[in-house]
Design a protein around this ligand. Sequence first.
Ligand SMILES: [Zn+2]
Length: 302
Amino acid sequence: MNEPSEKIVGLRIDVDTLRGTRIGVPALCEELRAVGITASFFFSVGPDNMGRNLWRLLRPAFLKKMLRSKAANLYGWDILLMGTAWPGPRIGKRCETQLRACAEAGHEIGFHAWDHHRWQAAIERLTRADMQRELQRGTTELTRLTGHPPLSSAAPGWRCNNDALEEKESLGFTYNSDCRGDHVFLPVVNQRILQTPQIPVTLPTYDEIIGSPGITPSTYNNHILSLIRPNALNVYTIHAEAEGIQCRALFRQLLESAEKQAVRFVPLSTFLTRFPNPPTGTIAPRVVPGREGWMACQADAI
Ligand SMILES: [Zn+2]
């Protein structure tokens, strides 16, 4: 039986860029090793075109977010400009050492993207064949880099739809984490129950809420810890580009505070055994405060 007030949080680390992989991943591995935690890393391994997001500055919602979260400070100008004027560098090729070291440290290795920018910005325009190609190229590269097929996957920017869920089904992932929600479920697509469980993200990210009323760097960690529910699914996402670089000290404080409050961080697969025989559910696009555009959400939750 679980302890009555047991608070367990899946720690998901998204890695979107060359800079995040090269600098943020080793830094986070060091922080986690210091406190004896393993987590789930989701890697982008193809071209880093994330600077193309800069063009979204033209959209008011994105500009507001950039100003609120001081995005240039948070991510660094090199990330914001990457791939804007030339084809982005291949992350997997440039960061073999960092990727291998992360896997060898015992963390769960998941697939995030081949071309993160392309998937996040254009999933609605990708054909099923395009999706399959992105998935195949990325998982093949991750397998080459770590010596094992990735255990799981997480769609870039929580941009996922039923076509993507079906395309992922053939890849043999143990679980997927493609949406926001509140409990583990088996997605139903076209009246078919898919066999790869979804482990949704339950908590907001730093860039979504920092700068909102009452949420400053000094109140942020306690706010996140206050949202953690006992004996329930809790999944928290950090980014190698943020918590691994600019927000590293803040993240270290979060780990320390969590330990004091008996909150334990674990890899996401932990929830497969804690919540066996999950119910079915569906995903639907929703607009979530603090994030530009839509995200896939568990339709019968939130
Ligand atoms: Zn991402």
